[in-house]
Ligand binder design. Structure first.
Ligand SMILES: [Ca+2]
Length: 458
């Protein structure tokens, strides 16, 4: 499936061109729990908006062929070729602000698209892998198929067992009326960086179209990133902060219980790890605030609470030092499941370098609880306090099957008149040689990346 030597060559190439990316890759190839990198979407450049080539003129296609010269950051064509299509001509999926799509074939035939290692999938957490797929209106076989693959960096399969290729067949569509279909599946995090691949199983020059690949943590909390606020709250201003005085419920699914909070934006502050627009400061108007969220949960179940926090470094000539108190209660019992304080210190940080830290805390519900209340309380005096964003809670699962949520959503069926195409091969297993070579190559890649990065930086 994924050629480790091709990945090695690709990494060396990227190392010289993008030193910062090289450092990231080197970090991600270490076994870690991902505590400091947990964005809401773990796929880098899954919408293909970041490119390092000049897009061609009409007819709006550029070709990415196999090899290390793949000019799509965070992706490589491991086999065959694929094309980048302009979404102003090939209408993108509805609701997406996409500018580019991927055509999984080129004139040389079907392509295999492989991601750079995505961030570590937290062990025990359930993630949804999703993308949009459509038939190619320009031609090709009646049915077109794409296989999704997920392997960790040791070559172990992470994709759910029995995952079939995604098949589309809507050849009557045009470039202006492409019938996009959302597809997704659940995977259980293994605690190891994972590589995502898409392989076209369609022969010839015309294969399926693909857009907006994502890998999202399934969080129990609604609006954990505070992006959904009442329209009466004015945001998107560099200097003006909207403030909410408790009690208030103008941030959807949250309650400001006491004190005053600022609703700040990434236009002024460095965004947190999910790279979103809105974040909170739990202090304003010389008043520390308390904010809480209640969500449904299963009794007698293990959960992990994640959130990004830092001290607001903006108070002139004074450091912000203090604590953020985090409590978790089961409901209706009101028993405390978790009570911790987080020490915060703005020393050496600025609004451009906030010093965000992702905290991870575990708790377990009691047998009679069916809801959970999470509360954040500032213990800092003054008008600048703890920053908070990207609050997530996930259930710690033993296996994907144990969640009873193993599901494949929206997989389009092959039309009844179409028998299973003979060119759709049975799933191939990873070769033994690859399994042996992968751990060695992983550490070799890490060593080389660090070496070349130091050379490049110096
Ligand atoms: Ca946010």
């Amino acid at each position: 499936m994924v050629n480790p030597w091709l990945l090695l060559r690709m990494c060396l190439h990227v190392c010289f061109e993008h030193p910062s990316l090289c450092i990231l890759l080197a970090l991600c190839t270490q076994k870690m729990d991902g505590a400091y990198c947990d964005p809401s979407n773990l796929v880098q450049n899954g919408d293909f908006q970041v490119q390092s080539f000049l897009f061609g003129s009409y007819p709006t296609m550029d070709v990415i062929s196999s090899g290390i010269r793949t000019l799509m950051p965070f992706w490589v064509a491991a086999a065959g070729g694929f094309q980048v299509l302009d979404a102003t001509v090939f209408v993108p999926p509805p609701g997406l602000n996409a500018s580019f799509l991927i055509h999984m074939n080129y004139r040389s035939g079907p392509g295999e698209l492989v991601s750079m290692p995505i961030y570590t999938l937290r062990e025990g957490a359930i993630y949804t892998v999703s993308f949009f797929i459509a038939d190619n209106p320009d031609g090709g076989p009646v049915a077109k198929a794409v296989r999704l693959g997920l392997q960790d960096i040791y070559g172990r399969n992470v994709a759910p067992p029995g995952l079939s290729p995604f098949v589309v067949s809507n050849s009557s569509t045009t470039r202006n009326s492409i019938l996009w279909q959302p597809v997704s599946c659940n995977v259980r995090g293994t605690g190891v960086p994972t590589i995502l691949s898409l392989s076209s199983l369609t022969p010839g020059s015309y294969g399926a179209l693909v857009a907006n690949l994502q890998v999202n943590l399934q969080s129990m909390i609604e609006n954990g990133s505070f992006e959904n606020v009442d329209p009466q709250i004015q945001i998107n201003n560099l200097t003006y902060f909207a403030e909410l005085t408790g009690p208030s419920s103008l941030i959807r699914h949250w309650v400001v219980e006491t004190g005053v909070i600022k609703i700040a934006t990434a236009a002024r502050y460095q965004a947190s790890t999910d790279n979103t627009a809105i974040l909170l400061d739990l202090n304003a108007e010389n008043s520390p605030a308390t904010i809480s969220n209640i969500f449904s949960a299963r009794s007698n179940t293990d959960y992990t609470l994640l959130f990004d926090t830092a001290a607001n470094p903006e108070r002139n000539f004074q450091l912000v030092i203090g604590q953020l108190v985090v409590t978790v209660q089961g409901l209706p019992s009101t028993n405390y499941l978790l009570s911790e304080t987080v020490n915060l210190d703005s020393t050496s940080f600025s609004i451009d370098s906030i010093g965000w830290v992702t905290m991870a805390m575990e708790f377990k519900t009691f047998k009679d609880d069916f809801q959970v209340k999470v509360t954040f309380r500032s213990k800092i005096a003054g008008s600048f306090g703890p920053l908070l964003d990207n609050v997530q809670v996930f259930e710690n699962t033993k296996s994907l099957k144990s969640t009873n949520e193993t599901k494949l959503i929206g997989i389009p069926n092959t039309p009844p008149t179409i028998t299973t195409p003979t060119y759709i091969s049975t799933p191939t297993t990873t070769s033994i040689a690859f399994k042996i070579a992968c751990p060695l190559s992983t550490y070799l890649v890490t060593l080389l990346l660090l070496t070349f990065t130091c050379y490049k930086v110096s």
